[in-house]
Design a protein around this ligand. Structure first.
Ligand code: ACO
Length: 309
């Protein structure tokens, strides 16, 4: 059987593609693109919340936030390892991130102005991430699908901590409740953008669905997220900032307003509120860490030499 046929049959049987298997070049580059973008998102995603570690309102909140940001670093490293199984070089991926050659999620280019943003990121941003990533546990590329299982478990915990933080604030003073509502107003629309462009404008969806890399389209997942979030907003006592948001009994889903796709395009092309700051910060951290990488490599060489002698 030809290599191409074996690949297609593996996909048709719903089995996993593994690193040793032959894959078409386009499948490899799609997986590297998607996994790298995901890894970069986790790494850049440490910054908006990391901004509040030194100013968390209590030791308990600080410990939770520290643990969460560390989890994101772990997800990033885990995903870079998954990309390496496809032949990608981690140093090159980092270089592409800091020179703008590879994307990361649009959501992390928005500022975190108050501590309520930490709760709203957990609730909405991690909620959207779970919605998008749970189906990826069945993605056709084995190392990515398996990475998603652990990542989704941790993301679920993050989502719950965000919601619990917001519940606490909503039981607090009027000022705290207003702070939560104001944060929800700022994060709602960017959270919907996380799912990517509408299906009609998504160049990769059709092929990625055919390869079972993606299991649902961008619009399907966005709708699922809206339907899941509306009752949570009611329970919390906040209003989602969309006058067109309403239940549509005929469709069995919520209708919602038009997303500002011009804003999405601006953010994805590097012109969002914090793009330059995020990349500059990541580049500085990378440059300042050069001596650590050199020392680790020198140490590894010494160990090899000792074992060799
Ligand atoms: N932010 C930045 N770029 C985006 C976004 C977004 N929210 N959505 C889509 N894009 C980019 C795509 O990467 C693609 O760019 P490219 O052609 O230059 O490579 C382009 O816009 C067109 O989009 P699609 O055709 O819809 O691309 P795709 O089929 O890859 O779908 C999606 C995009 C849904 C993000 C998919 O790649 C995915 O599910 N990735 C895994 C999850 C992930 O990366 N999550 C990151 C944020 S979650 C978190 O870290 C907490």
């Amino acid at each position: 059987m030809s290599l191409e046929l074996t690949f297609e049959e593996t996909i048709a049987r719903d089995q996993r593609i593994e690193p040793r298997d032959w894959v078409p070049d386009a499948y490899r580059s799609t997986m590297v693109r998607m996994i790298a973008q995901h890894a970069h998102s986790e790494i850049i995603g440490m910054q908006p919340e990391g901004n509040w570690i030194t100013r968390a309102p209590s030791l308990r909140r600080k410990a939770i936030l520290l643990a969460k940001v560390q989890d994101e670093a772990g997800h990033g490293l885990y995903l870079y390892s998954a990309a390496e199984t496809l032949g990608a070089d981690r140093a090159e991926l980092t270089e592409k991130l800091i020179t703008g050659g590879q994307k990361y999620s649009s959501i992390f280019n928005y500022p975190t102005l108050t501590f309520a943003d930490v709760g709203v990121i957990g609730w909405l941003v991690d909620g959207a991430a779970i919605c998008n990533q749970v189906p990826l546990c069945r993605s056709s590329y084995g190392p990515y699908a398996r990475a998603m299982i652990r990542i989704c478990k941790e993301e679920s915990f993050h989502q719950r901590q965000g919601y619990e933080l917001l519940m606490t604030m909503m039981r607090g003073t009027r000022g705290q409740r207003e702070m939560v509502q104001e944060a929800v107003n700022r994060w709602w629309w960017p959270s919907l953008m996380m799912f990517g462009p509408p299906d009609a404008d998504s160049p990769h969806t059709a092929q990625s669905m055919a390869w079972k890399v993606k299991r649902h389209t961008n619009d399907e997942l966005r709708q699922r997220f809206v339907d899941m979030t509306v009752p949570q907003a009611d329970a919390l006592g906040v209003t989602l900032p969309d006058p067109e948001l309403k239940w549509n009994a005929a469709r069995g889903h919520h209708d919602f307003g038009e997303i500002d796709w011009a804003e999405f395009k601006q953010v994805v092309s590097g012109n969002g509120p914090c793009n330059a700051q995020r990349i500059a910060h990541r580049k500085a951290a990378h440059d300042e860490g050069a001596w650590v990488r050199e020392a680790a490599a020198a140490h590894a060489r010494k160990i090899d030499e000792r074992q060799g002698s």
